[in-house]
Design a protein around this ligand. Structure first.
Ligand SMILES: Cc1cc2nc3c(=O)[nH]c(=O)nc-3n(C[C@H](O)[C@H](O)[C@H](O)COP(=O)(O)O)c2cc1C
Length: 369
């Protein structure tokens, strides 16, 4: 029975389908709760939330569903502070600001850059405190392996811990710190690459290649992510040995998603070649829909490391959204965005389940197509 896997047993869910945490607004409590109510695992994309806002969202989700849900967090990054490099990045972005009618931004000092990194690390610690105090059912971390002591602490609080890997070696490292399941993110995936070992550019393994290799090397359940949009993709992932799927783009265009309307429209209109990998928005490689800023950023311009570049571009992304100009928005989406559908999350879940059953029926009958 495809519905019951090591993942569904681990998380106490009905279907092995995780709605990816998507930081920055798409994962409203309504979306998260609707996916969980429909038998999947809804996830709050909490990476950029203040601890208070996270607490409010957890309460809101709990007000809508009694079923398990997940909180998705970013392991803090500690790049070396380089004030000259950051000044060059800020200077280039000032050209973009000019086009949007924004005032130029000053280059921060080394002390200010260090404070940004410290604040980001402190926010992670505070988010964890909120999630532990609320005894959320599941926490997923990305951008790194959590400290083993943190995993133990979450387990002691009765919280299941999911990791996120972009290579077999990262999956092995996550298993070693004690996570309960690992999402492996193929290069088709929308959003940030979670790469934390080796270079981002060498960890661009496709989902089809990554899933079976990860499954062969770790004992915990593996969840496939990247380019999975419908029942065909789910069956393919399960056939490769995954215990479930994690889908982001497929839930972006849903009615309950808080993605900007321009972002939703771009996802629905996106073609197979419409996405690119870029670090221009945040300093970390991410897949999104090609626009003016990704094109300009592809020309080898100076970029500060994450999370500094992400802070630098905040006013640009905000102005772009307010001016309803999709040219400077980060519109994260995976390579199969063209298969997205504009439905409610409950309809999406029902359709996914029906499609899996149809595909399995066709395979059983030996019918192709
Ligand atoms: C808009 C968007 C935002 C995302 N934000 C996050 C995030 O905050 N945390 C995370 O672990 N993954 C994030 N991801 C990546 C997803 O976890 C997942 O790897 C990806 O969506 C899978 O590929 P797909 O988009 O083709 O389904 C995001 C993806 C998208 C499309």
């Amino acid at each position: 029975m495809w519905r019951q896997t090591a993942l569904t047993r681990l998380l106490g869910i009905e279907y092995p389908i995780i709605q990816a945490g998507m930081a920055g607004g798409p994962t409203t409590p309504a979306l998260v709760a609707a996916v969980s109510e429909a038998g999947g695992l809804g996830s709050i994309g909490a990476g950029y939330l203040t601890p208070d806002a996270l607490g409010t969202q957890i309460e809101a989700v709990r007000g809508l569903t009694a079923r398990p849900f997940c909180v998705n967090l970013f392991v803090p990054q500690r790049p070396e502070v380089d004030a000259d490099g950051a000044a060059a990045a800020q200077d280039w972005l000032n050209g973009v600001r000019e086009r949007l009618g924004l005032s130029p931004a000053a280059a921060p000092s080394a002390v200010e850059l260090q404070r940004m990194l410290d604040d980001s690390a402190a926010r992670f610690d505070a988010q964890v405190e909120v999630a532990v105090a609320a005894r959320v059912p599941v926490i997923q971390v990305t951008f790194g392996a959590p400290e083993p002591a943190l995993v133990d602490r979450l387990h002691d609080a009765g919280i299941r811990v999911l990791g996120s890997a972009t290579s077999v070696s990262e999956a092995i490292a996550l298993e070693a710190v004690g996570v309960d399941a690992i999402t492996v993110q193929g290069s088709e995936a929308g959003g940030h690459r979670g790469t934390f070992l080796g270079s981002e550019l060498s960890a661009l393994v496709g989902t089809m290649a990554l899933v079976p290799q990860a499954v062969d090397r770790v004992r915990v359940p593996v969840v496939a992510a990247g380019g999975i949009m419908d029942g065909r993709g789910i069956v393919a992932a399960l056939a490769l040995g995954a215990s479930g799927v994690q889908m982001g783009t497929a839930f972006l265009a849903c009615a309950e998603s808080g993605a900007h309307p321009l972002h939703k429209a771009a996802v629905l209109a996106c073609e197979d070649t419409g996405t690119v990998l870029t670090n221009i928005f945040s300093g970390k490689l991410a897949r999104g829909i090609r626009n003016e800023l990704t094109e300009a950023g592809a020309a080898g311009v100076p970029v500060a490391p994450y999370p500094i570049q992400n802070q630098f571009t905040q006013d640009i992304r905000k102005a772009s959204a307010a001016q309803r100009d999709a040219g400077y928005l980060s519109m994260w989406a995976g390579q199969a965005a063209g298969l997205a559908r504009s439905v409610s999350a409950a309809e999406q879940m029902a359709q996914l389940v029906a499609e899996v059953e149809q595909v399995l029926g066709r395979i059983e009958m030996g019918v192709n197509g």
